[in-house]
Write a protein that binds this ligand. Sequence first.
Ligand SMILES: NC(=O)c1ccc[n+]([C@@H]2O[C@H](COP(=O)([O-])OP(=O)(O)OC[C@H]3O[C@@H](n4cnc5c(N)ncnc54)[C@H](O)[C@@H]3O)[C@@H](O)[C@H]2O)c1
Length: 418
Amino acid sequence: MKKFTVAICGCGNRGLSYSENMAKNPDQYEIVSLCDPNPAQIEKMKSVLSLKSASVFSDPEEFFKEKRADVVVIASPDRVHVPQALKALALGYDILLEKPISDSREEIDALVKAQKKYGGKIIICHVLRYAPAFVKCGELIKSGTIGKLYAIDANERVAYWHWSQAYVKGMWANMELSHPAILAKCCHDLDILVGYADSECDTLSSIGDLSFFKKENAPEGAADRCFECIHKDTCPYSAKRIYIDAWHEAGEPKFDWPFNKISLVYPTTEKNLIEGIKTHEFGRCAFKQRVDMIDHQMVQMTFKNGIHASLKMIFAEASGRRITFYGTYGEIILDERMDEIQILPFGKKKTVIKIGDLIKGSIGHGGGDSAIIDALYEMLTGTRDMTTSLAKSVECHLMGIAAEESRKAGGALVKVHA
Ligand SMILES: NC(=O)c1ccc[n+]([C@@H]2O[C@H](COP(=O)([O-])OP(=O)(O)OC[C@H]3O[C@@H](n4cnc5c(N)ncnc54)[C@H](O)[C@@H]3O)[C@@H](O)[C@H]2O)c1
């Protein structure tokens, strides 16, 4: 069995998730190199994975001077994905590239051209394409269970605390590091809509705004940091509630997301979490940030084969996608919060599939995080098609770019392809 050596560029949450899944398959993958400008992230990775002999780089420039492994996982911030992938291709790597690829048509085009020139494989981390419940819905639609699919209504509900963490206080609130939310959060959702519609998108329109996370909506007397705030025990956005109270309620996990975002020290302790919320960006007031990002967005799409779709990206009580597929002879509802897929053929008995039964122990993004690593091996060895190749992943990015153009133009109808 061929074993691939792997280098991880970007050792944050995603780099760790893929590495942990790779470490479960030591016959297939060996992590030999780590790169991250933050030494604490590298130390965390070494502790969690018990990596002793991996070469480590704190300077990405240095890391990309030579080829360090067969495969590189690029899990760095959004804006360096393409520059790093271009260097990796020139060095002869195959690449597992985090989404989003880019919010620039020119940059995406440059990457597509470079891949043709150098020939390395690029697999984009659109993990939902591998998640069992999402795969099941695609199979049900293809097999004609609901007749001919004519419309899709998708909702990406992001838990209120997660939204405030990532898109208000975190790296994704800042356009210098991130891409617009419709790409940063929802290129997954646009990508699965392309897959279900089985067509390119023709036109779309989009609206959305930053309506809530503003200074004027802060509770009266709110402090700049949650730990010093009079509302720290009552405000749902309080870092104390999100990272300390919730950690206790969750049974004090050893090193789980989101607690391992606030303190990189392994294993997690209350002392480290308190230190984290006193100093980390996630410990700041959610209403007093400079936010470039919107806090909700909606997109209406017409695919070239006539299928209509809508997507809502909203912050909500709990995370979980809900997608309704409307066919000429039935309906399917995928609801992650209800943990079920309902199959509703017109005039016949309803069937319910529990998503938990499909996932069976796989983890992250409905099992997609582990499933992509299993599939990656076959994609690298050429024994299966590349489900989320660069070529297949361009469409949803063009849709995201068009959606942002439409949103900025007040909801104007935009053609996705010139
Ligand atoms: N596929 C998914 O479902 C999914 C989910 C969440 C995030 N993401 C994407 O994954 C990427 C990483 O997100 P994350 O949640 O791991 O963030 P993170 O903040 O936890 O980790 C990012 C890491 O990159 C490091 N870094 C900064 N500049 C770098 C550089 N120039 N080169 C290498 N490393 C650098 C940071 O120090 C940090 O350790 C982002 O692009 C994000 O949009 C994808």
